[in-house]
Design a protein around this ligand. Structure first.
Ligand SMILES: *Cc1c(COP(=O)(O)O)cnc(C)c1O
Length: 399
């Protein structure tokens, strides 16, 4: 079978919810993937940052195989000998006392929303059913009905109502607007430190710090969605660290399993997490020993291979090189660490044609929001490969 055959099958049978680049991947290793025709490409998207450790990191593959040969699922009806170690290691790594482990990112966001509401009623004293959570314009937190209820993107939510009430959006990057929107019923503020799907939007310096102060002043929980920005991507273990900010609830996913399984987590302060009791939250696959063993190794790889430090150094280099490009198409290059957005001028239109040109040259990238090309390779990328990639991007965009 060839590229066109696979694409035709997918187009015929899969529900049409994506618009992929026309490449059919058959194998991956490190920063590289190979298509079914045997052509090699640099993965510059990293599964939306789920592959910070690269494809099939040998240590994580080893952990997966070994655990698959012992036990894969117990459900939380019984204890298993991996989940307790994962939660200990996650809490020690982040400094939070408690964690909920789920599967997809959206589920971890939902767990954080439940935690915030529970805290609102039981601790803050908000009247029953009145809790409100503030979110940001152009946010992306996932695709479940409650999570699309927080979205401000019509395509994500229209046609799927009735939606979950209790959310209101404020402009991203505007601390004064957040403060003005808070009412006595506000229990939490959910924010991405950098908006990834929104087009790699970096808020003004000092924003998160100001947000932290405002939340403290008004007794509102700060909930950081670090599913895309966390685990090294921006040059710190978590992007909030850039401003010395500690959220009350921290949500992570994606690279938590090095791209091998869906594993996500919500960490929080004792005062919030202690409100949960048996039966109030759960998931059949959440905390399964296979995912736990994989996540434990994925975390060790991030720390021992110093991936945040790599992202910091290599990201600074890539940003410098890309900002130096003289292109008739590019409006702005922005981001932090190895989460970089190349924003085209509005009049240029869709960035897809540049993604196709880059694909011909062996780089896989995809546009977000039509006009932004995201450059987010695995954090293990060797320096010479990065230099080559940046040169290719410049060659295509300098036209
Ligand atoms: C990808 C992403 C999610 C959703 O994660 P899923 O695993 O796709 O449910 C939530 N928030 C952010 C910031 C993301 O990038």
């Amino acid at each position: 079978m060839h590229t066109e055959d696979y694409i035709e099958l997918e187009k015929r049978y899969a529900t049409n919810t994506y618009n992929p680049l026309e490449v059919v991947i058959a194998r991956g290793e490190g920063v590289w993937v190979w298509d079914v025709e045997g052509k090699r490409y640099l993965d510059c998207l990293s599964g939306y940052s789920a592959l910070n450790q690269g494809h099939r990191h040998p240590r994580i593959v080893q952990a997966l195989i070994e655990q698959a040969q012992r036990v894969t699922l117990t459900s939380r009806a019984f204890y298993n000998n991996q989940f307790p170690l994962l939660v200990k290691e996650l809490c020690e790594l982040t400094g939070y006392p408690r964690v909920i482990v789920m599967n997809s990112g959206a589920e971890a966001v939902e767990a954080a929303l439940k935690a915030a509401r529970l805290w609102g009623y039981r601790v803050k004293g908000v009247p029953d059913e009145q809790a409100e959570i503030l979110v940001c314009d152009h946010n992306f937190h996932g695709r479940t009905i409650t999570v699309i209820s927080l979205s401000t993107t019509p395509l994500y939510k229209h046609g799927f109502g009735p939606l979950t009430p209790g959310f209101r959006a404020v402009p991203f990057g505007d601390a004064a607007a957040l403060e003005a929107a808070i009412t006595p019923h506000t229990v939490g503020f959910l924010v991405e430190p950098i908006q990834g799907e929104g087009g790699v939007i970096v808020p003004p310096t000092g924003y998160l710090h100001a947000v932290r102060e405002i939340c403290d002043r008004h007794n509102v929980l700060l909930i950081a969605d670090e599913i895309q920005t966390g685990l090294g991507r921006t040059g710190k273990l978590f992007a909030c660290e850039w401003e010395g900010v500690r959220p009350d609830l921290l949500v992570m996913g994606k690279a938590l399993s090095g791209g091998m399984m869906p594993v996500s987590a919500t960490l929080g302060r004792q005062e919030i997490m202690e409100l949960f009791g048996p039966g109030m939250h759960g998931s059949t696959f959440g905390g399964n020993p296979l995912g736990a063993a994989v996540a434990r190794e994925a975390l060790r790889v991030i720390i021992e291979e110093r991936l945040p430090e790599r992202a910091c150094e290599l990201g600074a280099y890539a940003m410098r090189e890309l900002r130096a490009m003289r292109s008739p198409y590019v409006a702005e290059v922005r981001g932090k660490g190895l989460l970089i957005g190349i924003a085209l001028k509005e009049e240029v239109g869709s960035a897809r044609r540049f993604c196709k040109l880059l694909k011909e040259r062996g780089l896989l990238m995809l546009e977000t929001h039509h006009t932004v090309i995201r450059f987010a390779p695995p954090l293990i990328i060797p320096e010479d490969v990065l230099t080559w990639a940046v040169g290719e991007i410049r060659a295509v965009l300098e036209g």
